[in-house]
Design a protein around this ligand. Structure first.
Ligand SMILES: [Zn+2]
Ligand SMILES: [Zn+2]
Length: 342
């Protein structure tokens, strides 16, 4: 099969073609696994974190990609949930132990043996991928393959972030950074919290304009003050400055949720600007979002179909994965990038 393979970690600024088009043997599903012929795979900011080493794969080479849509080509001898030809999705959660205290309590996202698709096991930047059948999801008919792909990560993690923010209808929500996950969060908020006002902080003028079109009441640059205090903030940027700057706009008792797998080192010094009375006092909280549970994925897919939300997408050929990653890195973001795979 054709695959775009990561052979060594590197900075995308020095190497704009970190993935290499490679011919690999087709994967063979074991007893409880299914083999999927991939038709679409979303391109996620986490791939940049993998390539640049902020969440590095334990072994190389590896095939990246964890927002995978395709059709079942073969099933293992004990895999009987799906049939050949069924359309399924695969998300970041590739496998967990199923027996630890986190798994048993329903927090499988925190399992110490959590394995991620496209990091700990080969992912969807390829013509085929295999996964245990319990970690695949039916895709609602409402979406075509490319539309469904970004829902599997950006959408599901956005759903989880919104849940962890504790937002109640009528409270002010702020989105810091406005990539693929946030534009889906904004659509969810419009549906589930109709009296909530959404404020957006983003560096890019284009992202700010886009947020206005989707219904944000205000948008501004990271250092600006929001016109009203904020009850909940979801930060999806790779930077630290946005954390410090947004905390000053948080209401007493408000919560900042950081939805990022890692933060870049470049502006870490901005943390020294932390002023306890301004940024943290009065019971302000900071919480991170880690991974996703299968429940987040399946609940979000159902919600997205019910809301009839379709993500804005931009398609690339599998061979152009490097170009998509560079565009993502340089913030030329308009909606979600998806590899369309033959
Ligand atoms: Zn992702
Ligand atoms: Zn576990």
């Amino acid at each position: 099969m054709k695959a775009m393979v990561l052979n060594e970690l590197c900075g995308l600024e020095e190497n704009q073609a970190p993935l290499e088009l490679t011919e690999l043997p087709d994967p063979i599903p074991s007893a409880n696994e299914i083999l999927i012929r991939v038709s679409a795979c979303g391109v996620c900011h986490t791939e940049l974190d993998e390539i640049e080493g902020r969440t590095h794969p334990p072994r190389l080479p590896i095939v990246l990609g964890h927002q995978v849509v395709g059709r079942i080509e073969a099933t293992g001898s004990e895999a009987n949930t799906f049939r050949i030809g069924d359309r399924v999705g695969i998300a970041w959660i590739f496998s967990v132990c199923g027996t630890c205290k986190f798994c048993l309590a329903g927090n499988e996202n925190l399992c110490p043996d959590f394995k991620a698709a496209g990091r700990d096991a080969n992912g969807g930047y390829a013509q085929y991928m295999k996964v245990a059948e319990g970690f695949a999801y039916h895709i609602p008919h409402f979406f075509n393959d490319s539309e469904a792909a970004p829902l599997l990560c950006a959408g599901a993690i956005g759903y989880r972030s919104l849940r962890l923010s504790g937002l109640k209808d009528g409270q002010n929500l702020c989105l810091t950074g406005f990539g693929a996950s946030c534009h889906l969060v904004l659509k969810m908020v419009k549906h589930q919290y109709p009296n909530t006002k959404v404020f957006v902080f983003a560096r890019s003028v284009k992202e700010r304009e886009f947020s206005g079109k989707l219904g944000a009441v205000w948008s501004g640059d990271i250092e600006e003050d929001s016109p009203e205090k904020l009850d909940c903030i979801i930060d999806t940027t790779p930077a630290w400055l946005s954390v410090i700057e947004s905390l000053k706009n948080l209401e007493p008792g408000g919560r900042l949720v950081i939805n990022a797998i890692g933060k870049e080192e470049a502006d870490k010094e901005s943390l020294l600007g932390l002023d306890y009375p301004v940024h943290l006092w009065l019971e302000k909280e900071i919480k991170s979002v880690a991974n996703i549970c299968r429940k987040d994925v399946s609940e979000f897919l159902a919600l997205a179909a019910e809301m009839r939300i379709k993500p804005e997408i931009q398609e690339f050929a599998l061979e152009d994965a490097n170009e998509a990653l560079v565009e993502l890195k340089t913030r030329r973001i308009r909606g979600a990038k998806v590899l369309k795979i033959d």
